[in-house]
Design a protein around this ligand. Structure first.
Ligand SMILES: [Zn+2]
Length: 340
């Protein structure tokens, strides 16, 4: 029996070296010292021994149990420390590791250009108004001195909602609405979307953006228009650019002028972008037609005014060297991310 005890003891001690987790250790403890364990079984079999041998054998078993329990406790502490260290290593956070930056959005080129213009014109005392994109034909055409059957209606391929309602073809209807509602002095800009029945290609879109400007007061002259647009051009493009006026025709202004800007690509020496002229057309303008003033209830004998309409898409394309108008409407984040 002593031999069995020693065998058990040796086996447990060697097993202790190989257990690698507290779970394995518990299993070993149960097997050796548990209620149904090997030592308990040995104790129970003491009765088979002769009476005189029992006390010594019982003491030996109890001594072995105590010694083994101590070694098991020691091993348990080792394993717990080891497992805690492993967990700490596994769950450690490397605070020096570079983090992934969040995706940051950016304003659309048209928004950037529009905001700069608004800042420029509000700095000159203009008020910013937003008109309706769905407009009565009367405001879009009649009050802009474009009566029915006027050829200018053909020039603007109009999208009709019904007989009297259109998607505005320009931001000019706000001119009429403001003049009908207010008395001079009037100084407004009106940025927004406009619509024409155009096919989408590199330089046309059925929806594009304009900013309308209108000034009405006593003694407003073409010189005021020129000075305002010159200040605008220099604010947006820099002090070294110039503008020039070319005679043109719009039904709602008289006289009318197309306004060109020094080509930003060649600084006026002539290149492919400006088709060799050194100038880029950026807007249409003129003195408000006295007929329009009168139709809108403003005395054309006493007051005069100027108006202009700027194409924001073309300006954004020039400013950010965007070669195709369709890119402005595709919402591709890769295009926008380059503008940061
Ligand atoms: Zn050029």
């Amino acid at each position: 029996m002593l031999e069995t005890l020693n065998k058990i003891r040796t086996q447990v001690v060697s097993d202790l070296e190989t257990v690698q987790s507290t779970a394995e250790l518990e299993a070993l403890q149960v097997k050796a010292l548990g209620k149904k364990g090997e030592l308990t079984a040995l104790l129970k079999s003491l009765g088979k021994l002769p009476q005189e041998e029992r006390p010594a054998m019982g003491a030996a078993i109890n001594e072995a149990r105590k010694a083994l329990q101590e070694r098991i406790d020691l091993r348990a502490q080792e394993l717990k420390r080891k497992e805690r260290d492993e967990a700490l290593r596994r769950e450690a956070i490397d605070v020096t590791e570079p983090r992934k930056l969040p995706e940051i959005g950016t304003a659309h080129p048209i928004t950037i250009v529009m905001n700069e213009m608004i800042e420029c014109f509000t700095g000159m005392g203009f008020e910013v108004l937003q008109g309706s994109e769905v407009e009565l034909e009367y405001y879009n055409f009649e009050l802009m001195n474009i009566p029915k059957n006027h050829p200018a209606r053909d020039a603007q391929d109009t999208l009709y909602i019904d007989d009297n309602i259109v998607l505005r073809t320009h931001t000019s209807p706000m001119q009429a609405r403001v003049m009908l509602a207010r008395k001079p002095p009037i100084r407004i800009v009106c940025p927004g979307r406009v619509y024409r029945a155009d096919e989408l290609d590199a330089s046309h879109s059925p929806v594009f953006h304009q900013m309308e400007g209108l000034v009405v007061d006593e003694h407003i002259s073409m010189a005021d228009l020129r000075g305002t647009l010159d200040a605008f051009a220099k604010h947006i493009y820099g002090a070294d650019v110039n503008i020039r006026f070319r005679p043109s025709f719009f039904p709602f202004t008289e006289p009318s002028a197309e306004v060109d800007l020094t080509c930003s690509n060649c600084k006026g020496t002539g290149c492919k972008v400006c088709k060799g002229t050194g100038w880029i057309e950026i807007l249409g303008s003129g003195m408000v037609n006295p007929k329009v003033l009168d139709m809108c209830g403003i005395d054309s004998q006493k007051y005069s005014g100027f108006a202009f309409g700027i194409g924001l898409d073309r300006i954004a394309m020039g400013r950010f060297a965007i070669p195709d108008m369709r890119l402005l409407f595709e919402g591709d984040a890769r295009l926008l991310s380059q503008l940061r």
